[in-house]
Design a protein around this ligand. Structure first.
Ligand SMILES: [Zn+2]
Length: 195
């Protein structure tokens, strides 16, 4: 799975909580801008160091049918869903989230996206390390609970992504997430600690 955006396979998506949207052209500009942020630069460097350097066409803006904000597809690259995003900060988050999936795919030769535990692990890392669950973004989404919010938020988003995987039922996704949580939450590579 995670091979084909147009076929039956589902990309390894970030969940969408978006409102309006922007044009593909506006989104392309924001993607270019995201390349100048320190975290995106850092991840690109580490992809290159791991033997998976990515060209300028690796990340592209598209209009997405599914309610997702982006996706990573093995062998194809990253898509950013222009019609579900509005501001630069959201584009940066999606790019960072999907580059963590690309990094995981690169470093783990036997990563199997049809395996719910493998998928859950990469979603835990992407959710934790991308700042998707920074409290300011959670407040914008209307989730007001602050104590323990970060892990709750990561769990919620991992469940949304893994249950969208046709190989993972809700129960399988939950079991997989719990089984790998500690190891994957604490695995912050290529960062020394969560940025
Ligand atoms: Zn994801």
């Amino acid at each position: 799975m995670a091979d084909d955006l147009n076929g039956n396979a589902t990309p390894v998506g970030s969940s969408s909580e978006g409102r309006g949207g922007m044009t593909v052209e506006q989104c392309e500009k924001m993607i270019q801008k995201s390349f100048r942020t320190p975290t995106v630069k850092f991840l690109m460097e580490h992809l290159e160091k791991s033997g998976c350097s990515i060209g300028s066409k690796f990340i592209k803006a598209v209009d997405c049918d599914k309610r997702i904000s982006g996706g990573y597809v093995r062998g194809e690259g990253v898509v950013v869903c222009s019609n579900h995003l509005q501001i630069q900060d959201e584009v940066n988050q999606v790019v960072i989230h999907e580059l963590i999936h690309a990094y995981d795919d690169c470093r783990a030769e036997n990563l199997d996206w049809t395996n719910c535990a493998h998928h859950a692990c990469s979603e835990i890392r992407a959710g934790h390390l991308s700042g998707d669950c920074h409290y300011k973004r959670e407040l914008l989404r209307g989730h007001m609970k602050l104590r323990g919010h970060e892990q709750d938020c990561v769990r919620r988003r991992v469940m949304q992504s893994v249950t969208a995987n046709p190989y993972c039922s809700e129960a399988a996704a939950k079991d997989a997430m719990e089984a790998v949580w500690d190891v994957c939450y604490n695995d912050t590579k290529p960062f020394d600690r969560a940025p």
